[in-house]
Design a protein. Structure first.
Lengths: 222, 300
């Protein structure tokens, strides 16, 4: 039954969502509504599940005195502190206020701790992209040369770099328009083809899951 | 003073690239850490120079501005902030510029987020917009002129149920005020009462979900601001007319600020991005020179 019940839920929910898109009336509309509430509730619990899992993994590292146990300790302290501050602001903020409001302690943590940390992590991309471009963007063959040329014009055309270089001669942003053309036509054509392929793949995978052919998500084989 | 020093240093960095090119031609390509150093300098120094770059407004951005220009005072716009601080440098300036435009044109602004951090990013954008003298003079009231509905879990299902009833997904706003007690929400039950949706997106759930559900299924009008990485994914929707205007990356933000005449952070950041792009292009050229020299040596 550990496998059959999840399979039945998957099949029923999948069929309800598929049918209700085309027939949004009773009973499919109502059934979709109920399953939709389930989705919202399960996703909300998933956030807690993620947090608890983080605590579990970190505590294990501390218990086993692993090399990065110190960082695991910092993670737990920061997690608990942020939750505590959020709850405190929520309960003491008054009837028409939010723990997210400007000026709360939670907002301070968000602005001056969380934001710089996540921004720093994301900013690392600039270095890796530049280094990867330097080492990998080579005109090795015809296809690579095409990619190189397209990348060259998009990189220079999406920012006003080439426009500035041309400015003494003309005010018409030829390079910007050319970069826009690359985005509007070759890119859109390729992207559309990829999206259609992905959509077909999702449809076939979904059908396999709904019909119970694909069972890897519940620990079984295909 | 800082600006002058940064400009002088920037010229030094630019000239040093000639030496790097010389070494590359001589068969001594630079190592990865030097590339990192150049990128750090060419991003940080232009930010200190405080200059802007003359961005031409592209058709994608103009389409969004035209759609906003068609709205009348009192129009109800839904601003969905679906991103976190990692994408804020690209998307937050768009959010601030949009808020300034909306408040100056007396739109009623309803804010929400499908990402937990979204409502807080929206609060910051509203706070900055409120510092504008013209907007401050309007004395806008929370709950009457704008509202933050907060975050709701459920991703695309939230959009789907908002199509039938907003209140179901947001019985309380971000400040725990009941939906029915918010004057701005009095005559809003679903997307048919919303004149325009503006989505700022850094991934999933985001613009694609808003288009597929709010636009395609419920007939809403939606414009978007996306990170440069995500923008290519929504171009097919833009070309098909499902998306009404797109601000792509930092350049999209700068173009938007120029088009609505609201100089903000994107106008400054785009200069730094332009210089860093120029550096990357220079390194790509040098990388190819090194590649051809090595290949020639191997053949010889």
């Amino acid at each position: 039954m550990r496998r059959e019940i999840p399979l039945i839920i998957t099949t029923v929910a999948g069929l309800v969502f598929a049918v209700s898109y085309f027939i949004p009336h009773w009973p499919f509309g109502e059934a979709e509504s109920i399953f939709g509430d389930w989705v919202a509730i399960i996703q909300a619990f998933a956030i807690w599940l993620g947090a608890l899992n983080l605590v579990k993994v970190s505590l294990e590292k501390i218990y086993r005195k692993k090399e990065d146990a110190l960082y695991a300790g910092i993670i737990i302290v920061c997690l608990l502190l942020t939750i505590a501050v959020g709850f405190y602001d929520g309960f003491t903020g008054g009837p028409q206020s939010s723990f997210r409001d400007t000026g709360t302690s939670f907002d301070w943590i968000y602005r001056f701790v969380y934001t710089p940390l996540t921004s720093t992590m994301f900013a690392m991309l600039a270095f890796f992209v530049a280094s990867a471009s330097y080492r990998a963007f080579r005109a090795r063959n015809f296809e690579a040369t095409l990619l190189l040329i397209a990348g060259f014009f998009v990189m220079g055309g999406r920012v006003p770099l080439f426009h500035l270089l041309l400015k003494p001669f003309t005010d018409v942003p030829y390079f910007s328009e050319f970069a826009g053309w690359i985005m509007a036509y070759p890119l859109t054509a390729g992207m559309t083809a990829i999206m259609i392929g992905i959509a077909l793949g999702i449809m076939s995978s979904s059908l396999r899951i709904i019909l119970g052919i694909e069972r890897s998500h519940i620990g079984g084989g295909a | 003073m800082v600006s002058t020093i940064a400009t002088v240093l920037m010229w030094g960095v630019g000239l040093s690239l000639i030496y790097v090119l010389y070494r590359t031609i001589k068969g001594h390509p630079i190592e990865r850490r030097v590339v990192f150093l150049y990128i750090a300098l060419t991003i940080s120094l232009p930010l200190l120079m405080g200059k802007t770059a003359p961005v031409p407004v592209t058709a994608d951005v103009q389409q969004l501005v035209d759609a906003l220009n068609e709205l009348t005072p009192g129009s109800k716009v839904l601003a969905a902030f679906d991103f976190d601080p990692a994408s804020a440098p690209e998307l937050q300036p768009m959010g601030v510029a949009f808020m300034k435009y909306a408040f100056k044109h007396d739109f009623k602004v309803i804010v929400m987020g499908l990402w937990p951090q979204g409502p807080q990013q929206a609060n910051q954008a509203i706070e900055l917009a409120m510092k504008d003298e013209i907007i401050a003079a309007k004395n806008l009231q929370y709950g009457i002129d704008y509202v933050n509905l907060g975050y709701q879990s459920g991703a695309e299902f939230v959009i789907q149920y908002m199509g039938s009833e907003f209140k179901r997904m947001f019985p309380l706003d971000d400040r725990h005020i009941p939906y029915d007690s918010l004057p701005i929400m009095n005559d809003i039950s679903n997307f048919s009462n919303i004149d325009f949706i503006f989505n700022l997106s850094a991934g999933k759930p985001g613009t694609v979900e808003w288009i597929q559900i709010a636009v395609d299924r419920f007939g809403a009008t939606c414009g978007a601001g996306n990170t440069a990485v995500q923008a290519p994914q929504v171009y097919p929707y833009l070309r098909s007319g499902q998306l009404t205007g797109l601000l792509g990356g930092m350049s999209g933000g700068a173009e938007f600020e120029k088009a609505i005449n609201e100089k903000g952070q994107a106008s400054t950041f785009i200069f730094a991005q332009m210089i860093s792009h120029a550096t990357v292009i220079a390194f790509i050229i040098m990388g190819n020179i090194a590649f051809f020299i090595t290949r020639k040596k191997k053949k010889a």
